[in-house]
Design a protein around this ligand. Structure first.
Ligand code: PXP
Length: 242
């Protein structure tokens, strides 16, 4: 079965909106694991806009399955990964102004920098995945520079509809098949939701899917009635009865 890694960044986004203690992405991660997640993903960004260093530290202690740290291939982040030892690192491109990771890594242009980063991380016993577009040259280059895995970007597939989506699905299928044939463990992710996940999950050879926003969005809604009921109960218990 294809594995599911749940990205809890957006729980931290809500917390950081108030810079308070809740909701804690660590609690969310534990519940996701109880719900059947095969792993937890967090993206520690340079600007710390959602996940904080403390989240990584605690998650490393409590996550018994795969902890996947998404990060830019910078010295600061590599040193953090070496110190905290997630099970795997996914190297992603990172721009300050972007809302979310916008495209795959330009592996060919960044070949030397990535090769060095991959070596440093792998030397510490941490697996390395590269987040790339569904492109054969990018897959070949990923293997050449020593990546253990790739994650094929499904963002464009998720944004378009109809014929364009079918075309993009074919491109992703080709990329997965090619990547698997080169011996790379092959994942996919970005923009996947409850309506578009099935055609991707059925691609032969795929190892895992990394999904965040849609799962967190649904969690907010399916939990809403209970959350309101619990607050009503507290208010009722405390209310002055005449
Ligand atoms: N994979 C990578 C490399 C990502 O950067 C993200 C977003 O943080 C995801 C998967 C999950 O994307 P989404 O939140 O759209 O499900």
């Amino acid at each position: 079965m294809v594995l599911l890694g749940v990205n809890v960044d957006h729980v931290a986004t809500v917390r950081q909106a108030r810079r308070t203690f809740e909701p804690d992405p660590v609690f969310a991660a534990v519940l996701a694991i109880l719900g059947g997640a095969d792993g937890i993903t967090i993206h520690l960004r340079e600007d710390r806009r959602h996940i904080q260093d403390r989240d990584l530290r605690i998650l490393r202690e409590v996550v018994p399955c795969e902890l996947n740290l998404e990060m830019a291939a910078t010295d600061e982040m590599i040193n953090i990964a070496i110190k905290e030892k997630p099970d795997m690192v996914t190297l992603v491109p990172e721009k300050r102004q972007e809302m979310t990771t916008e495209g795959g890594l330009n592996v060919i242009e960044l070949k030397e920098q990535l090769k060095e980063a991959i070596k440093r991380i792998k030397d510490m016993g941490i697996s390395v995945s590269l987040f790339i577009n569904p492109s054969r040259p990018d897959i070949e280059c990923s293997r050449e520079i020593g990546a253990d895995m790739v994650e094929i970007h499904t963002g464009f597939y998720s944004e378009v509809k109809g014929k364009l989506q079918i075309q993009e699905l074919e491109r992703i299928k080709d990329a997965v098949t090619y990547s698997v044939s080169l011996g790379l463990l092959t994942n996919a992710g970005h923009g996947l939701n409850y309506y578009n996940v099935k055609p991707i999950a059925s691609i032969k050879g795929l190892r895992g899917l990394y999904i965040g926003h849609s799962i967190i969005s649904r969690a907010v809604l399916v939990g809403m009635e209970r959350a309101v009921r619990e607050m009503k109960t507290l208010i009722k218990e405390a209310s002055f009865h005449v």
